[in-house]
Design a protein around this ligand. Structure first.
Ligand code: AMP
Ligand code: MG
Length: 399
């Protein structure tokens, strides 16, 4: 098949994305919302700060009482953080106040303790304050009713922190997809058992399951089967309660391509995609379940996940951030690439220099180079040679 007849990467990516239905909203406790996408805009039920409070340990004063320094003021009371019965500040006096404590009525500035002699009864003040100095006004950070987190934001530490600060205990987030992974290959043996020449340890299912989980989905079934259509179909029948089945292997041009043989003409379409690694791909619906079939070579499998599956499942789970972070970097060395195929090389980014170097050769069995790399170098379809110093787009990998 000539390259001209291959399916462009973007077209296959669209097909995969269109297969997977969006998940529903789910009201969950804050700690369960982490890693999920917000299903709605979050509006602040309260302002932040909740009340005018001191930004420093020091003294609450009236600016009008401090026209020249040094000046000494009697200290009426102590206001630690958490005190709720704070008396009004009378003219010509000071209150000792701690960071986060409620500002007394009548006070309009805080003198930091460092600008005083620190006395508890009669404090000497060495600094003329401006109105509002060292105090945090109610609502300067968040006004009540304001949208603080928009739909689609992925909930993480700072988002649950903000929600808790606003007194919230739950967030409405999108349900994660439930995905099953099914690897194929008669040569495969589960790690922990002995292997004979001709057999290999099965590594794609745990690799893909981990990648799918890191992208926010639930992977609750991982299987592998021999290259036998009846076995494959029987294993598949057990997985039909999932939102998506991801298979590995059995989709190339050999004579024992079990996935292709079992699914061709049954709702799944197989195609050559103009990409390296990861040319043989398939996608469709079988037994009412969306299926994405990835090639078996470990590097092809994981690169295919990055290019097709990760953006598609993140979109289906409502994340506004569906793509890996991409940066432009200078190639630290030249590279050759296949004509009319988009190539994804593994790389190391040096973020200080803004350069990227190659992690190993292009072959799709170099698993150790993949494990060491921190990015994919996205080599455009039309490029056949890129010189050192040319600019490329780099996809940053990592959990
Ligand atoms: P396939 O796509 O089935 O033709 O497999 C291509 C290559 O990837 C072969 O060398 C397989 O042994 C290897 N391979 C396929 N599936 C797996 C797997 N689940 N774990 C490890 N290697 C695999
Ligand atoms: Mg195989």
């Amino acid at each position: 098949m000539s390259n001209d007849m291959m399916r462009p990467v973007e077209e296959h990516a669209r097909l995969v994305a269109d297969l997977i239905a969006p998940t529903e909203p789910d009201l969950v406790p804050l700690e369960h919302a982490v890693g999920r996408a917000l299903a709605t805009d979050v509006r602040a039920p309260l302002p932040l700060p909740l009340f005018d409070n001191s930004a420093m340990d020091g003294y609450a004063v009236r600016v009008a009482d401090i026209v020249s320094v040094p000046v000494s003021l009697p200290v009426t009371t102590d206001i630690p953080a958490g005190r709720v019965d704070v008396p009004r500040l009378e003219p010509g006096t000071a209150h000792r106040i701690m960071t986060g404590a409620l500002m007394p009525e009548g006070a309009d500035a805080v003198i930091p303790v460092e600008s005083t002699d620190g006395d508890a009864h009669l404090v000497r003040i060495d600094e003329v304050p401006a109105v509002g100095a060292h105090l945090r006004r109610a609502g300067v950070d968040v006004e009540a009713g304001q949208v603080v987190l928009p739909t689609g934001v992925t909930v993480g530490a700072s988002q649950v922190g903000l929600a808790a600060a606003l007194g919230m205990v739950e967030l409405e987030v999108r349900r994660p997809l439930r995905i099953a992974v099914l690897s194929t290959g008669t040569e495969l043996v589960a790690p922990g058992n002995g292997v004979q020449p001709g057999q290999v340890y099965e590594s794609n299912s745990i690799m893909l399951a981990t990648a799918l989980r890191e992208a926010g989905s639930l992977v609750d079934t991982v299987h592998f089967v021999h290259d036998d259509v009846a076995h494959f179909r029987a294993a598949f029948a057990e997985l039909v309660d999932h939102d998506l089945v991801v298979t590995s292997g059995g989709v190339s041009a050999g004579t024992h391509e079990v996935v292709k043989q079992a699914l061709t003409g049954c709702g799944v379409e197989f195609a050559k995609v103009a990409m390296q690694p990861g040319m043989p791909q398939g996608a469709g619906t079988y037994e009412g379940v969306p299926v994405v079939t990835l090639p078996g070579n470990p590097v092809s499998s994981l690169v295919s996940f990055e290019v097709f599956l990760r953006p598609a499942i993140r979109a289906a789970m409502g994340h506004r951030n569906t793509q890996r972070r991409q940066v432009t970097a200078e190639l630290a060395e030249s590279l050759d690439a296949p004509a009319r195929k988009r190539q994804f090389r593994r790389g190391y980014l040096d973020p200080r220099q803004g350069t990227v170097s190659l992690a190993g050769p292009p072959g799709s069995h170099f698993l150790s180079w993949l494990a060491g790399a921190d990015c994919l170098i996205d080599v455009p379809e039309e490029a056949t040679h890129l010189k050192r110093g040319e600019l490329v787009t780099v996809w940053l990998l990592g959990p």
